[in-house]
Write a protein that binds this ligand. Structure first.
Ligand code: ADP
Ligand code: ZN
Length: 527
């Protein structure tokens, strides 16, 4: 009769004992236990858990319990060192091999591996795929491969590492060894990429919720941002907050304007010296500074639990970044607010920036920006859109975003749409959104007059509506596919076939009524 002797079968009880003995914790967090059971059963496993969720335990504990050595692939040398030191401090035998480790030390580590002394071996992806290393690994008994920061494998992800794409050799060379992939940020596409590239075999995916229900999500139109921000701070006295800006200059001038209101504000960006930066960071942590105006350089590794609000002065480049930045608010679980200022002009300047940035990634980055734009322009629950992006589904509206709190009402917008479409056609499809609105509202500015647009039939046909209302309706028409933007022709608006049907009265157009997110919102002046 063939069966594994009881003592050799790793059990969840033995894992619990290890957790207690080496880490001092009494119990696993809910998902950890299922993950560990899955790994110990020898199955491929994908773990998606926010930072701080406790991913390390998920492979470290089974590594101790199971026979052989767990090979951990980790992209950051500094991170590797920290993890190995922490393991050793807990009494678990672990080592790392990367470019910073000398040859003689590598040899002695290799010896420990062959003796079966080591439970965890951390390696950089470069080392792993280097010639001879797989030959060495073949001489070992390997319990599992753990791929940390697994999103690095995907060129769709935000931190792509070309070396990671060669990790498929693990499955090819070691078909019997289970693989566990772990990451804190992976949208749907990245998740799929991870599984495919690692050649995982019917992996079980563990997705711990990324939802932060205490964050109130708000998007506001990008007019008069400074006024809106000053007013917001006034309405939230003594509450710590972060404002993210795109440029260093913006950080400095905005911080100054806030200071002028008697509020303790500092700025933070990569152009400052390390000393200046850490002084500002300290001041914020100790609540000497109430507000920080920063570029996205700020926040990495900052652990301040009582940040009550996060404002985005500009549209972020992608949803991953946005989510990470708003995630710095309300870590203590108490209510916090995330306000995003949005204008189409931001999209245009980001498009320009991304196009120049890295030619290989332009298409990818533009697609991501588009998703961000859709989020900002959405008329349905924002949290659902956000979670959906990360592969989670929320079965109901959240009740804690501007759309849920203030749901838009719909009306028959056919006539409005026809006015706009007619003007688009009469402007010979050469006008941008801003110009179209000016024409509809009967403005007499240089661009309108020099184009002769004050002569067309629809000039002033929409003078009864404020600028922002038109702005919203035209965006809805863009989202619904009645219009599109020819980016290569100075952002000129063009009519689609669907738009033509509406213009000719063959199709109705339903619109969501435009309303502002917060009561105290200042209504914009026309352009
Ligand atoms: P991640 O890698 O997901 O960012 P870590 O593995 O660093 O998270 O864990 C975050 C913190 O939670 C660590 O301090 C870790 O010791 C702690 N932790 C992990 N699992 C447990 C547990 N079962 N009980 C209590 N604390 C835990
Ligand atoms: Zn909602």
């Amino acid at each position: 009769m063939l069966f594994a002797p009881e003592a050799l079968t790793p059990t969840i009880e033995s894992a619990r004992r290890v957790l207690k003995q080496y880490y001092g914790y009494d119990s696993f967090r809910p998902m950890q236990e299922d993950i560990i059971a899955n790994i110990m059963a020898g199955r491929d496993t994908v773990v998606l858990m926010p930072t701080g969720g406790g991913k390390s335990v998920c492979f470290q504990v089974p590594a101790v319990v199971m026979e052989g050595v767990c090979v951990v692939v980790s992209p950051l040398i500094a991170l590797m060192k920290d993890q190995v030191e922490a393991l050793k401090a807990n009494g678990i035998s672990a080592e790392y091999i990367n470019s910073s480790v000398g040859q003689s030390e590598q040899n002695s580590i290799a010896g420990d591996c062959l003796n079966g002394h080591l439970k965890l071996l951390y390696v950089s992806p470069e080392k792993l795929v280097s010639p001879g290393f797989t030959q060495f690994l073949k001489r070992l008994r390997i319990s599992m491969f753990a791929i940390d920061e697994a999103h690095c494998i995907s060129s769709w992800g935000h931190d792509f590492r070309p070396e990671y794409t060669q990790l498929r050799l693990l499955r090819e060379q070691f078909p019997q060894v289970p693989i566990i992939a772990l990451t804190a940020t992976a949208d749907r596409l990245t998740q799929r990429d991870i599984q495919q590239q690692l050649r995982m075999h019917e992996p079980q995916v563990f997705l711990s919720s990324f939802d932060r229900p205490n964050l109130n999500l708000i998007v506001r139109p990008g007019q008069d941002r400074v006024g809106g921000i000053l007013e917001f701070i006034e309405r939230h006295p003594n509450e710590s907050g972060i404002i993210y800006c795109l440029s260093r200059k913006q950080c400095e001038t905005l911080a100054q304007k806030i200071q002028q209101k008697g509020i303790k504000a500092g700025f933070y960006h990569a152009g400052m010296t390390a000393n200046q930066r850490s002084a500002v960071q300290e001041g914020f942590l100790k609540d000497d500074l109430q507000v920080i105006v920063a570029t996205i350089a700020f926040g990495m590794g900052i652990d301040k639990s009582n940040v009550r609000w996060v404002i985005h002065y500009n549209l972020p480049k992608n949803i991953e970044g946005y989510y990470q930045e708003i995630g710095r608010g309300g870590r203590d679980g108490a209510p916090a607010t995330a306000v995003l200022f949005y204008s189409f002009a931001d999209v245009m300047s980001l498009r320009e920036m991304l196009t120049k940035d890295n030619p290989n990634l332009t298409q990818l980055n533009l697609t991501k920006l588009e998703r961000m734009q859709q989020f900002a322009e959405a008329a349905s629950c924002r949290r659902r859109i956000l979670l959906n992006y990360f592969g989670e589904t929320l079965p109901h509206d959240c009740g804690n975003c501007d759309i849920c709190r203030n749901p838009p009402t719909t009306f028959d917008g056919t006539l409005l749409a026809q006015k706009a479409l007619s003007a688009v056609v009469r402007m010979r499809e050469r006008g941008s959104i801003g110009l179209l609105i000016d024409v509809l509202r009967g403005m007499r500015n240089q661009a309108v007059l020099s184009g002769g647009y004050d002569q067309i039939k629809t000039y002033g046909a929409g003078a009864d509506l404020p600028y922002l209302d038109w702005y919203s309706y035209i965006h809805q028409m863009l989202n619904d596919g009645l219009l599109y933007i020819a980016y290569e022709e100075g952002y000129a608006l063009k009519m689609t076939d669907l738009g033509r049907e509406v213009l000719q009265g063959q199709r109705q157009q339903s619109m969501k009524k435009f309303q502002v997110a917060e009561k105290a919102e200042k209504l914009p002046r026309g352009k």
